[in-house]
Every structure is written in C-alpha cells, then in structure tokens.
Design a protein around this ligand. Structure first.
Ligand code: URA
Length: 200
C-alpha cells in the first residue's frame, strides 16, 4: 500500500479497534484487523461485510470459503481479482461466543462507526464502480451517501449513480447463495453485467 492517507487511516483504525476491547457488549477479533487490498487504480471496488476467521488469520479479505466462491464468480465475469480493490464494511471480525467463537453480522452501530474509513477508501481509490456484497456493505454505502433504506432483494443488479460519480451495483453476498441454486444464478448474471460495465 503506497497511499499515505490510507496507510495512516488504517493505523488509526487499528488503534480504534483495539480500544473496542474495553467494551463488554460487542465482541470481535480486534487484534487482527483486515484492511482493503488491491490495485489503487482499480476501477471496481468490491465491498464485503466483515472478515471471517480465515481472513483474520491471514490478514487478507475474502480468502476463506466465501473468497473461493467470489474468485469463481470473478472468473465467470472475466474480472481479474488483481485489478479490483477488495475491502469490507467493518475491518475486524465480529464474533459471538456460543459454545465456540462464531462469526456474527456486524451491528448497524459497528457499520456506522467504521464508515469513515470506507469513505476514505472510496475517496482515495475513486472507483468507477462500487459493488456491495450483501446487506451490510449496502447499509454502509446507503449511510455514507444518504440513500435511504435499500434492501438487496429489491435493488440487486441495478446501477445506481452516487453523488461522487461512482456507480453502485448491489450484489448478493457470495456466501449467502452457496446453498441456494436460484440465487447463485441471479448473482452470476448480476456479476457478469458488472464485468461488462467495467469494460465499457
Ligand atoms: N465475508 C466477507 O464479507 N468478507 C470477507 O472478507 C470474508 C467473508
């Protein structure tokens, strides 16, 4: 990462995340944040929900099961992963403790508290297309750009122009469709359209 502004904010976020350890009610892997990865000249930014266990271990976004699914979808859409910027709405792994430690969906507050950094990533990369994967990043982008209450089931595959000039394309989350054949087809078609839009 050469971008000095992003580098600085990643370090700032690392400190903010570590200070969350003091909170009792929210749990997470605060010691292994995962920041954005990819080309700083990327025309496409992919935004996931939050890192999972594998991502926290490797310090890279989308390298576990959902990452494999995403890689396959990118191949389908003829998009080279090296050419996109991949990040998450929340940079640490939100967890809850049942019998074991399990991933959980980030809360609205966690997404809003993390949005300043996502906004900086967008400002610095200036992507032509922002593709959100699932409801959490759609919520983050709606919050940052004041879009109101968008739901993925209503707006997936649409092209929504944002006030910064980027085009928002909401997509389903790759992990959410793994066991749903018809949704996989919907996501495949949406991401193929994204690939075409990227090459226009
Ligand atoms: N799911 C996400 O939303 N992001 C990751 O980085 C990994 C899994």
């Amino acid at each position: 990462m050469k971008n000095e502004i992003l580098k600085k904010q990643y370090e700032q976020e690392r400190e903010r995340i570590l200070s969350l350890c003091l909170l009792q009610e929210l749990t997470g892997d605060y010691t292994s944040p995962v920041f954005g990865e990819g080309s700083e000249n990327a025309s496409v930014m992919l935004i996931g929900e939050a890192p999972g266990r594998e991502e926290a271990q490797q310090g890279r976004p989308f390298v576990g099961k959902a990452g494999k699914q995403l890689d396959e979808l990118l191949i389908t859409a003829q998009i080279d992963r090296e050419s996109v910027f991949v990040t998450n709405s929340v940079k640490y792994r939100p967890t809850r403790v049942k019998k074991t430690v399990a991933n959980r969906t980030p809360t609205a507050k966690e997404i809003k508290d993390s949005a300043y950094l996502l906004k900086t990533e967008i400002d610095e990369i200036q992507p032509k297309i922002i593709a959100t994967l699932g409801n959490s990043p759609l919520y983050a982008i709606s919050y940052i750009f004041s879009l109101g209450n968008l739901k993925i089931g209503d707006v997936h595959g649409q092209k929504i122009e944002l006030s910064n000039g980027s085009i928002l394309v909401p997509l389903y989350h790759p992990a959410s469709v793994i066991y749903n054949r018809s949704l996989i087809e919907v996501l495949r078609e949406d991401i193929k359209m994204l690939g075409k839009l990227m090459r226009e």
